[in-house]
Design a protein around this ligand. Structure first.
Ligand code: ZN
Ligand code: ZN
Length: 148
């Protein structure tokens, strides 16, 4: 099966094309479509993101909630942040991959791990956080803003 992960639609006024970003879990039971570009893309090196992803950092895009359409079943896991805020991660109960999350501290916004989009042309992160936990071999884009 060939996967076309970027769908282009004619917008309601018919004059331009609006990109749609589709993210899925490993088994594709859980899918999400973003009809807007992300508000921001960040890379997080914190230990919780390392455990969540099984990698040494998480990279995620934030979207306005209104621009997101979700299909499929998700299980929620609530994580209490060190700074007090809660994050609710939604993952596929079949394959276990996280497809989206919400943060108590950012209402109206949905975060999506950018690996779920499987697109090489996804923009790089503009913000890097929790660099105190960063693995020493990781190299970041020169343009990234370091937030502590
Ligand atoms: Zn799945
Ligand atoms: Zn993190």
């Amino acid at each position: 099966m060939s996967a076309v992960l970027t769908i282009r639609d004619i917008s309601t006024d018919g004059t331009h094309f609006m990109p749609q970003h589709v993210a899925t879990c490993s088994c594709r039971q859980l899918m999400l479509r973003a009809t807007d570009d992300p508000l921001r893309i960040s890379i997080c090196h914190c230990h919780a993101c390392q455990r969540r992803t099984g990698s040494v950092f998480g990279v995620q895009a934030r979207f306005r909630e209104e621009s997101i359409v979700i299909r499929g079943n998700a299980t929620a896991y609530v994580r209490e942040g060190d700074s007090g805020g809660k994050a609710t991660f939604h993952f596929c109960p079949v394959c276990g991959a996280s497809v989206y999350y919400r943060l108590d501290q950012a209402p109206g916004v949905i975060g999506v791990p950018i690996g779920a989009f499987v697109r090489q042309d996804f923009p790089p992160p503009s913000i890097s956080v929790f660099e105190e936990c960063m693995h020493p071999w990781v190299r970041l884009p020169d343009t990234v803003e370091h937030v502590f």
